[in-house]
Design a binder for this molecule. Structure first.
Ligand code: PA5
Length: 427
């Protein structure tokens, strides 16, 4: 459920008449998206995942690890954030712990490896290209740590990668269980594929429900923003960007959705930041950031919109009664009541200050709702990219950095590395 709230009619929101005009472009963009999906074109194919993802292949690949106490994913960007979103949203106290090594900060890597029971940990190495330096370096370090601890890493490792490349060769050489990254699905659009769902499978989450939620969202895509929540979000954020809201602060009111905001930030930034266009994603958490970032959102530069996300249903906790002076109003209430009041107060205060706010509500932080939410945000992003006429599914600036880093370490002849060398010699 996307509630366009104040942005539907109020200045500096988008008037109903503007949205109606924009809806003609949405209809054309929807046709383009549908044609891309039918032709299995790169990127658009991600929106077909609810019907193409092979859940049995995922279950088979992770079956040897049903005794795992922990799962350590080595991957970065789109090869980690979808899985991390599910893990942080869904993990219960009895599930295997999920850890993610994306960065190559040596202190962090060493501390994490020192703290893990490596003989009872599954190593999940994920890289679509099989060439990402951070992922391969971390894999080599983890493999060495396992060997040092007397663990046969080939018994504890599975790989998710493309049909060819270094990681695929490694999996074949050592006969490791492996999964394929589906063709046509860029990293940041792969949460609902093998890439995002393997850790959820190890943790015992309901993959069928995730898929059912995403299938509901896919089935709901129509040619009008007034009928399709995903398109309502994509079109309104696009329209607001054109009216100066060049920052989009994603602010879930649920701790378990904090990583979702990180996933969203990657999706929005890497897909839409092209040709001098885009909308800078900011990450916030309600109610915590009411005590920090909200000051800026309300009273700082008028260049933002705020997306407020909350579950309608959650397990609540009562606030104990008290006769302490000034606190009795809290007694008999609940933490959930308080969080809801904070949410509504934030929304009202933004509107009051003329800052556009978009409300996104999901049923609960569960598999089905997450499947819908992630799919809808992806569809919103694809729609925004169509309206802005940017190349949503490429990431040349990210590739530039990857090539430069590889080249600097002697991993190939890359012109990007030469550019860095020249620049460094000028400093
Ligand atoms: O969305 C993207 O394409 C990127 O964020 C990639 O997922 C990230 O760079 C990791 O790439 P790879 O999976 O090839 O290691």
């Amino acid at each position: 459920h996307v509630d366009l709230g104040s942005s539907l009619d109020a200045t500096p929101g988008v008037s109903r008449a503007s949205l109606e005009r924009l809806d003609e472009q949405v209809a054309a963009a929807h046709e383009r998206i549908a044609a891309g999906r039918d032709a299995h074109e790169h990127g658009y194919e991600a929106l077909n995942l609810p019907s193409t993802v092979d859940l049995d292949a995922i279950r088979t690949a992770v079956a040897p690890f049903d005794d795992a106490e922990a799962v350590l994913t080595v991957g970065i960007g789109g090869s980690a954030l979808g899985a991390a979103t599910f893990a942080d949203a869904l993990a219960g106290p009895d599930d295997p712990d999920a850890y993610f090594l994306d960065n190559v900060d040596p202190e962090h890597v060493s501390r994490l490896l020192d703290s893990l029971p490596l003989d009872r940990t599954v190593l999940n190495v994920v890289s679509r290209s099989g060439t990402t330096a951070e992922t391969l370096a971390n894999f080599l370090v983890v493999r060495e740590s396992m060997a040092d601890a007397g663990v046969d890493w080939t018994d504890r490792t599975f790989v998710t990668t493309g049909e060819s490349g270094n990681l695929r060769s490694l999996a074949e050489k050592h006969d490791l269980p492996s999964l394929s990254v589906p063709d046509g699905v860029p990293g940041r659009f792969s949460a609902l594929s093998t890439v995002g769902l393997a850790v959820a499978a190890i943790q015992g989450h309901d993959l069928d429900a995730i898929r059912a939620g995403s299938a509901d969202a896919a089935g709901g895509l129509s040619g009008s923003l007034f009928e399709t929540p995903a398109y309502a979000y994509g079109a309104t954020t696009y329209a607001l960007a054109g009216r100066g809201a060049v920052t989009n602060a994603m602010m879930p009111y649920a701790e378990r959705l904090e990583t979702f905001a990180e996933w969203f930030a990657q999706l929005w930034a890497e897909s839409l930041g092209k040709d001098g266009l885009g909308q800078t994603p900011a990450r916030a958490l309600g109610a915590t950031d009411q005590h920090s970032q909200l000051q800026l959102y309300r009273a700082g530069p008028r260049d933002k919109l705020v997306t407020l996300v909350r579950p309608r249903d959650y397990s609540d906790r009562a606030i104990p009664e008290t006769d302490l002076d000034g606190l009795s109003y809290l007694g008999g209430s609940s933490l959930g009541d308080l969080l809801d009041a904070e949410f509504e107060a934030t929304e009202a205060s933004l509107v009051e200050s003329g800052v556009p706010a978009i409300r996104v509500e999901i049923d609960a932080v569960d598999e089905r709702s997450l499947g819908s939410l992630l799919y809808e945000m992806e569809a919103a992003c694809v729609l925004y990219g169509e309206l802005a006429a940017v190349s949503t599914f490429t990431q040349p600036a990210v590739e530039w950095g990857k090539n430069a880093a590889r080249g600097l370490l002697g991993g190939g002849d890359f012109e990007e590395a030469e550019a860095v060398d020249q620049r460094t010699s000028l400093v």
